[in-house]
Design a protein. Sequence first.
Lengths: 221, 265
Amino acid sequence: MSAPTTIESSVLDDTAPQQGRTSAPRWGTAALALAVVVGLLLGYAGGLLTPRLTRPGDASVEAGFARDMMTHHAQAVEMGMIAFDRGTDPEVRSIGGDIATSQQGEIGTMQTWLRSWGLDPAGSEPAMSWMPDGAGLVRDGLMPGMATPEEMAKLREAQGRELDTLFLRMMVKHHLGGIHMIDGVLDASDESDVVKTAQTMKNTQRNDLTNLQNALKRLGG
Amino acid sequence: MSISTPGGPERRPTVVSTGKKPAAGRPAAGAKAGSGKPAGTPRAGGKGPRKPVAPVKVSQGRAWGPIALFVAVGVLAASIIGYGAWASFQGSKPWEDRAADIEGIVNFREKDKKLVEGGNHQAGAITYSVLPPVAGPHNAAWQNCMGDVYDAPIANEHAVHSLEHGAVWVTYRPDLPADQVTKLREKVQGKEKLMLSPFEGLDKAVSLQAWGYQLKVDNADDKRIDDFIKTLRVNASIEGPTAVCSGGITATGTAPRDNPQTPQG
């Protein structure tokens, strides 16, 4: 590494020390020590940097999924809280509270991913662009399954049994869209924590779907 | 890397380099270089008797192969590591620093610490010194900021509470042309921690607010709008990234509502 490659092997006006002879082994030792130190430093730097360079980047599937799913979840939280607050059927109220709290928790998980990847909660890419053909699924800024502002206004104004069934129908649609997005990340990512969490989300939402649809049948919606 | 020409200044004029690998018998100068103090070491030979030495042939040529290899590997390693360090340094620049890089942004967190500390709930109408307001006491209910697009002015007293939860509030002058409003709407609609409303009396076409930050620009095409949103949305929350924007006031009108739809948080 540090081998001096130009060594005066002779000088006309030679002032080289006579004991140079004896330092020959020392030179070798110094070079070796330096090489070892430099090698260790390089290894240390590489070890520090590798996780940073291999973690999901700003335009990655994982970051796109986390950001978009946070938005998707945030609306489910809004709907769930309305059902929890003003639903009349006990099961509707409990499903609403369950969905709101668990999805809000998952939002925290996804925020933590982004923070640990050194990324902003907000992205620069258009919504859903991390999924093949995903951007085409966005309508007025809304991802698959998301309710329009008009539908949300209707839910806020609904009362009694009408609110219960409206919530159930909107949440079924919301979950179906959500599962489509979850499938998108399961197909494309091999980041183990993301895949594991996404799989749990999918299982939960499928389970919810059965319960939501049964409740809808029971309430005649 | 110390591919160097060792030797003290006193030797310089008469040195002839041959580029030979250090021969076992004459490594003195190399040893000094290797030990990192080429000039500081007293040389025993300085006043020793001169030894008549036959001039050495100088046309041996350097061992370019190994030199090139060393240099190439060194440059490669240094550039990989350098790039990685630079990239991760840039990437890990705190959002506060990146906010400061946005041209024209006003940072009230620095300018007016007293203004930004007040997150207290206060019922009824509140007078704000900065308009549109960027921080301060606010009503218990927040304005719904789930990517809501309000087509009429909203109450400052609720909007400030939304800022506290990490929302970026985009406001525009009521006479802004419709195509400009559409551009703003496309940035906001459907995205939580964002909301859009007209604001009476704005001195610029568009003004963006986050808790303790403001940026005014002349039109909706300004690239800094996206920079502001990317840098401050959620990040500027003083209640962390999970404070919600839902469950707030969805009505327009600048009169604050003392009876919120939901409990405060």
